[in-house]
Design a protein around this ligand. Structure first.
Ligand SMILES: Cc1ncc(COP(=O)(O)O)c(C=O)c1O
Length: 348
């Protein structure tokens, strides 16, 4: 079959615009042929147990699902009773970008907190961690944070440990939306468990798609006492893949060697390169620290409109004109340089 698109064309809209890493595609091909038991009782899914435990510790148990929204909904539902609620930043993906799935599909009440940088702190958690025992108030039960955050910022291991210690002191569990956990770990040059298991996170939504998989994320239960019924909930929420071997084989290819790290380092390096190339353009402002693969910028609206005709990217905030430029594992130096040159040109 011929390609219906230009395979050389790159954008800065989302790491989800990227294709599939060749090593992942070849793992899918290797898993093909013959028959394997369906619904997760295959040898690839069996092998995954050890792969996730190597990254996240002996107690970790991973449950592949189709996408990140589902990983969040299944995780949070498994951590809460019907009367309980989840504290998260106002900017959290679960609040702003999942079509209300946590509430509509999961039946989960979110208690949001405004933050300056997309990150919760012990003090910010306390804005919503109250009313315990009051039957009129949704009962806070989980604190949900993302690393990296929707604003491209990072939590360090110490910051996550502080969030977890505080949450646990208040009788709350901690969920981490790790749609871009690989980017966070690569940026900080720490193992992924330093940002999760070792910091006290109870349940993780682990992201594979943005970092090179065709599709697939995982609910990773790090503290078995923090979640119940994930195996049943995965089916209830329509996330039990019949041909699971093909999701599991992708995770194995991503995580058994250093593919996740190579991909994350590349995406992050391109984020840094882009920021460095445009930072000094008069009239372009970078209002947020560039800590991984996302660059946020404010530039004149007419320039944004002209640039968007040449490269795809999203306006993040219509009110302020802030845009988001996202680098992916397959963004190259040449892609970044061409985009930066276009920004210089349009700003002249
Ligand atoms: C932080 C974060 N969490 C979750 C998701 C959801 O992933 P999906 O689009 O696969 O449902 C995304 C996707 O952009 C994300 O950025």
């Amino acid at each position: 079959m011929i390609s219906r698109h230009d395979p050389q064309l790159k954008s800065f809209a989302s790491d989800n615009y990227a294709g599939v890493h060749p090593e992942i595609l070849s793992a899918i091909a290797d898993a093909n042929g013959g028959h394997q038991i369906a619904y997760g009782d295959d040898v690839y899914t069996e092998a995954l147990r050890e792969v996730f435990q190597r990254h996240f510790g002996e107690r970790a148990q991973a449950w592949p699902v189709f996408n990140g929204t589902a990983a969040n909904v299944v995780s949070l539902r498994a951590m809460t009773a019907h009367w309980e609620a989840v504290i998260c930043p106002e900017t959290a993906h679960i609040h702003t970008d999942e079509g209300g799935a946590p509430e509509v599909v999961g039946g989960i009440k979110l208690l949001t907190v405004p933050t300056p940088d997309g990150k919760l702190t012990p003090e910010l958690i306390d804005r919503q961690a109250w009313g315990f025992g009051d039957v009129h108030r949704p009962q806070p039960r989980v604190v949900s944070i993302s690393n990296t955050t929707e604003l491209g910022t990072l939590y360090t291991p110490e910051q996550i440990a502080a969030v977890c210690a505080h949450a646990h002191d208040r009788g709350l569990l901690v969920h981490l939306d790790g749609s871009r956990l690989t980017n966070a770990a690569a940026a900080l040059d720490v193992p992924m468990r330093a940002l999760t298991t070792d910091a006290g996170v109870d349940v993780l939504s682990f992201g594979g798609t943005k970092i090179g998989m065709l599709y697939g994320e995982a609910v990773v239960v790090l503290n078995p006492e923090a979640a119940t019924g994930v195996d049943y909930l995965r089916k209830t929420f329509m996330q039990l893949s019949s041909k699971m071997r093909f999701v599991s084989a992708q995770f194995e290819a991503l995580l058994s060697g250093d593919l996740w790290l190579r991909n994350a380092r590349q995406a992050n390096a391109m984020g840094r390169r882009l920021a460095a190339a445009v930072r000094d353009i008069p009239g372009v402002e970078l209002p947020r620290p560039v800590e991984a693969n996302a660059v946020f910028a404010v530039l004149p609206r007419e320039v944004t409109e002209r640039l968007q005709k040449r490269f795809r990217f999203y306006t993040w905030n219509e009110a302020t004109g802030e845009v988001r430029w996202m680098c992916a594992f397959d963004t190259t130096e040449a892609d970044v340089d061409a985009f930066a040159a276009a920004i210089w040109e349009e700003m002249r």
